[in-house]
Design a protein around this ligand. Structure first.
Ligand SMILES: N[C@@H](CCC(=O)N[C@@H](CS)C(=O)NCC(=O)O)C(=O)O
Length: 222
Protein backbone atom coordinates (compact mmCIF):
# COMPACT_ATOMS: atom_id res chain seq x y z
CA UNK A 1 0.00 0.00 0.00
CA UNK A 2 1.27 3.48 -0.89
CA UNK A 3 1.55 5.83 2.09
CA UNK A 4 1.99 9.57 1.62
CA UNK A 5 3.66 11.33 4.52
CA UNK A 6 1.82 14.56 4.15
CA UNK A 7 2.63 17.80 5.95
CA UNK A 8 -0.29 20.22 6.28
CA UNK A 9 -0.23 23.24 3.95
CA UNK A 10 2.64 21.96 1.88
CA UNK A 11 4.06 20.63 -1.36
CA UNK A 12 2.85 17.14 -0.55
CA UNK A 13 -0.65 18.17 -1.64
CA UNK A 14 0.64 17.65 -5.20
CA UNK A 15 1.35 13.99 -4.58
CA UNK A 16 -2.20 13.41 -3.35
CA UNK A 17 -3.49 15.12 -6.50
CA UNK A 18 -1.34 12.90 -8.75
CA UNK A 19 -2.52 9.73 -6.99
CA UNK A 20 -6.14 10.86 -7.35
CA UNK A 21 -5.66 11.63 -11.07
CA UNK A 22 -4.38 8.07 -11.52
CA UNK A 23 -7.16 6.58 -9.38
CA UNK A 24 -4.65 4.79 -7.11
CA UNK A 25 -5.34 3.61 -3.57
CA UNK A 26 -3.19 5.17 -0.84
CA UNK A 27 -3.06 6.07 2.83
CA UNK A 28 -2.22 9.46 4.25
CA UNK A 29 -0.03 9.93 7.30
CA UNK A 30 -0.66 13.54 8.25
CA UNK A 31 1.79 15.81 10.11
CA UNK A 32 1.26 19.28 11.52
CA UNK A 33 3.68 22.17 11.35
CA UNK A 34 5.16 23.74 14.47
CA UNK A 35 2.96 26.73 15.29
CA UNK A 36 5.89 29.10 15.81
CA UNK A 37 8.47 28.00 13.28
CA UNK A 38 6.19 26.33 10.67
CA UNK A 39 8.75 23.51 10.52
CA UNK A 40 7.78 19.85 10.18
CA UNK A 41 7.59 17.81 13.41
CA UNK A 42 10.55 15.57 14.35
CA UNK A 43 8.53 12.41 13.62
CA UNK A 44 9.09 13.00 9.90
CA UNK A 45 12.83 12.43 10.46
CA UNK A 46 11.98 8.90 11.55
CA UNK A 47 10.58 8.33 8.04
CA UNK A 48 13.37 10.06 6.10
CA UNK A 49 16.54 11.66 7.56
CA UNK A 50 15.83 15.10 6.07
CA UNK A 51 12.43 15.27 7.77
CA UNK A 52 10.78 17.11 4.86
CA UNK A 53 7.51 16.43 3.16
CA UNK A 54 6.47 14.76 0.93
CA UNK A 55 7.81 11.30 1.55
CA UNK A 56 6.17 8.30 -0.07
CA UNK A 57 6.57 4.76 1.20
CA UNK A 58 5.64 1.81 -0.98
CA UNK A 59 6.71 -1.80 -1.12
CA UNK A 60 9.45 -1.28 1.49
CA UNK A 61 10.82 1.76 -0.39
CA UNK A 62 11.13 5.24 1.11
CA UNK A 63 11.12 8.00 -1.51
CA UNK A 64 11.66 11.69 -0.81
CA UNK A 65 11.67 14.75 -3.16
CA UNK A 66 8.42 15.51 -4.94
CA UNK A 67 9.96 15.11 -8.41
CA UNK A 68 11.44 11.71 -7.56
CA UNK A 69 8.11 10.61 -6.04
CA UNK A 70 6.20 11.72 -9.10
CA UNK A 71 8.60 9.97 -11.47
CA UNK A 72 8.41 6.79 -9.37
CA UNK A 73 4.60 6.80 -9.42
CA UNK A 74 4.45 7.57 -13.14
CA UNK A 75 6.97 4.83 -14.01
CA UNK A 76 5.41 2.19 -11.80
CA UNK A 77 1.69 2.86 -11.92
CA UNK A 78 0.64 5.27 -14.65
CA UNK A 79 0.85 2.94 -17.67
CA UNK A 80 1.71 5.86 -19.95
CA UNK A 81 -0.87 8.24 -18.54
CA UNK A 82 0.10 11.84 -17.68
CA UNK A 83 3.41 11.60 -19.56
CA UNK A 84 4.02 12.50 -23.22
CA UNK A 85 5.54 9.81 -25.46
CA UNK A 86 9.37 9.51 -25.40
CA UNK A 87 11.05 11.51 -28.16
CA UNK A 88 8.15 13.93 -28.64
CA UNK A 89 8.64 17.72 -28.27
CA UNK A 90 6.09 17.55 -25.43
CA UNK A 91 8.30 15.06 -23.58
CA UNK A 92 11.20 17.51 -23.56
CA UNK A 93 8.92 20.25 -22.25
CA UNK A 94 7.59 17.80 -19.67
CA UNK A 95 11.12 17.06 -18.42
CA UNK A 96 11.98 20.75 -18.32
CA UNK A 97 8.93 21.81 -16.26
CA UNK A 98 9.21 18.75 -14.04
CA UNK A 99 12.66 20.02 -12.95
CA UNK A 100 12.03 23.73 -13.23
CA UNK A 101 9.36 23.64 -10.50
CA UNK A 102 11.69 22.74 -7.64
CA UNK A 103 14.99 23.66 -9.30
CA UNK A 104 14.26 27.27 -10.24
CA UNK A 105 10.81 28.53 -9.25
CA UNK A 106 10.50 27.20 -5.69
CA UNK A 107 13.89 28.42 -4.38
CA UNK A 108 12.95 31.99 -5.36
CA UNK A 109 9.50 31.68 -3.78
CA UNK A 110 10.94 30.16 -0.60
CA UNK A 111 13.52 32.96 -0.40
CA UNK A 112 10.66 35.47 -0.57
CA UNK A 113 9.00 33.71 2.36
CA UNK A 114 12.23 33.60 4.38
CA UNK A 115 12.98 37.28 3.86
CA UNK A 116 9.40 38.16 4.87
CA UNK A 117 10.10 36.30 8.09
CA UNK A 118 13.45 38.06 8.55
CA UNK A 119 11.58 41.37 8.42
CA UNK A 120 8.68 40.48 10.66
CA UNK A 121 10.40 38.08 13.06
CA UNK A 122 13.47 40.15 14.02
CA UNK A 123 13.43 41.88 17.46
CA UNK A 124 12.15 45.44 17.00
CA UNK A 125 15.45 47.06 18.04
CA UNK A 126 17.35 45.66 15.07
CA UNK A 127 14.34 45.39 12.74
CA UNK A 128 15.32 48.49 10.70
CA UNK A 129 18.70 46.89 9.98
CA UNK A 130 17.06 43.56 9.07
CA UNK A 131 14.65 45.40 6.78
CA UNK A 132 17.44 47.29 5.08
CA UNK A 133 19.41 44.09 4.38
CA UNK A 134 16.32 42.21 3.30
CA UNK A 135 15.21 45.08 1.05
CA UNK A 136 18.60 45.05 -0.61
CA UNK A 137 18.50 41.29 -1.28
CA UNK A 138 14.95 41.54 -2.56
CA UNK A 139 15.58 44.40 -4.96
CA UNK A 140 18.96 43.19 -6.22
CA UNK A 141 18.31 39.47 -6.47
CA UNK A 142 15.01 37.88 -5.51
CA UNK A 143 12.63 40.43 -7.08
CA UNK A 144 14.13 40.55 -10.60
CA UNK A 145 14.74 36.79 -10.72
CA UNK A 146 11.25 35.93 -9.54
CA UNK A 147 9.74 38.37 -12.00
CA UNK A 148 11.81 36.86 -14.83
CA UNK A 149 10.69 33.40 -13.81
CA UNK A 150 6.97 34.26 -13.60
CA UNK A 151 7.12 36.27 -16.84
CA UNK A 152 8.63 33.24 -18.57
CA UNK A 153 6.02 30.84 -17.16
CA UNK A 154 3.27 33.22 -18.28
CA UNK A 155 4.74 33.50 -21.79
CA UNK A 156 5.09 29.72 -22.13
CA UNK A 157 1.47 29.18 -21.13
CA UNK A 158 0.52 31.61 -23.88
CA UNK A 159 1.29 28.85 -26.38
CA UNK A 160 -0.47 25.84 -24.82
CA UNK A 161 -3.16 24.90 -22.33
CA UNK A 162 -0.83 22.99 -20.02
CA UNK A 163 2.90 23.37 -19.44
CA UNK A 164 3.98 20.50 -21.71
CA UNK A 165 1.28 20.90 -24.37
CA UNK A 166 -2.45 20.42 -24.83
CA UNK A 167 -2.76 17.52 -22.37
CA UNK A 168 -2.46 17.60 -18.60
CA UNK A 169 0.75 15.84 -17.50
CA UNK A 170 2.58 15.16 -14.27
CA UNK A 171 4.69 18.26 -15.05
CA UNK A 172 1.57 20.34 -14.40
CA UNK A 173 1.21 18.58 -11.07
CA UNK A 174 4.78 19.67 -10.24
CA UNK A 175 4.20 23.21 -11.49
CA UNK A 176 0.92 23.64 -9.60
CA UNK A 177 2.75 24.32 -6.33
CA UNK A 178 4.98 27.17 -7.53
CA UNK A 179 1.97 28.74 -9.23
CA UNK A 180 -0.07 28.40 -6.03
CA UNK A 181 2.81 29.83 -4.02
CA UNK A 182 3.08 32.74 -6.48
CA UNK A 183 -0.66 33.35 -6.14
CA UNK A 184 -0.33 34.14 -2.42
CA UNK A 185 2.41 36.70 -3.13
CA UNK A 186 1.19 38.26 -6.39
CA UNK A 187 -2.14 39.28 -7.87
CA UNK A 188 -2.03 36.62 -10.58
CA UNK A 189 -5.38 37.58 -12.08
CA UNK A 190 -4.15 41.04 -13.11
CA UNK A 191 -0.41 40.46 -13.48
CA UNK A 192 -0.30 36.90 -14.83
CA UNK A 193 -3.69 35.98 -16.34
CA UNK A 194 -2.40 32.82 -18.05
CA UNK A 195 -1.05 31.51 -14.75
CA UNK A 196 -4.36 32.42 -13.09
CA UNK A 197 -6.18 30.47 -15.83
CA UNK A 198 -3.86 27.50 -15.27
CA UNK A 199 -4.73 27.49 -11.57
CA UNK A 200 -8.44 27.71 -12.37
CA UNK A 201 -8.13 24.64 -14.60
CA UNK A 202 -6.17 22.78 -11.91
CA UNK A 203 -8.68 23.66 -9.18
CA UNK A 204 -11.61 22.59 -11.36
CA UNK A 205 -10.33 19.01 -11.69
CA UNK A 206 -12.37 16.55 -9.64
CA UNK A 207 -9.18 14.69 -8.67
CA UNK A 208 -7.72 17.92 -7.27
CA UNK A 209 -10.85 18.50 -5.19
CA UNK A 210 -10.80 14.94 -3.84
CA UNK A 211 -7.11 15.32 -2.95
CA UNK A 212 -7.88 18.53 -1.07
CA UNK A 213 -10.70 16.88 0.82
CA UNK A 214 -8.50 13.93 1.77
CA UNK A 215 -5.42 16.03 2.58
CA UNK A 216 -7.20 18.40 4.93
CA UNK A 217 -6.98 22.18 5.19
CA UNK A 218 -4.58 23.71 2.67
CA UNK A 219 -3.52 27.31 2.83
CA UNK A 220 -0.06 28.33 1.81
CA UNK A 221 2.36 30.31 3.95
CA UNK A 222 3.01 33.83 2.67
N1 LIG B 1 12.41 20.00 -2.91
C1 LIG B 1 11.76 19.28 -1.86
C2 LIG B 1 11.36 20.28 -0.78
C3 LIG B 1 10.84 19.62 0.48
C4 LIG B 1 10.37 20.66 1.49
O1 LIG B 1 11.08 21.64 1.80
N2 LIG B 1 9.17 20.46 2.02
C5 LIG B 1 8.59 21.39 2.93
C6 LIG B 1 7.07 21.37 2.76
S1 LIG B 1 6.47 22.59 1.69
C7 LIG B 1 8.84 20.98 4.37
O2 LIG B 1 8.90 19.80 4.66
N3 LIG B 1 8.91 21.98 5.25
C8 LIG B 1 9.01 21.77 6.66
C9 LIG B 1 10.41 21.87 7.18
O3 LIG B 1 11.30 22.34 6.46
O4 LIG B 1 10.63 21.48 8.35
C10 LIG B 1 10.54 18.55 -2.43
O5 LIG B 1 9.99 19.00 -3.43
O6 LIG B 1 10.15 17.50 -1.90
Amino acid sequence: MITVHHLENSRSQRVLWLLEELGLGYEIQRYERDETTSLAPPELKAVHPLGKSPVLTDDGLVIAETGAIIEYVIDKYAGGRLVPPPGSPERLRYTYWMHMAEGTAMPLLVMTLIFNRVETGTPWLIRPIAKAISGQVRSAYIGPNLKGCLDYMEAELGGSTWFAGEELTAADVMMSFPVEAAAVRTDLRTEYPKLAGFLDRVHARPAYETALRRGGPYSLLS
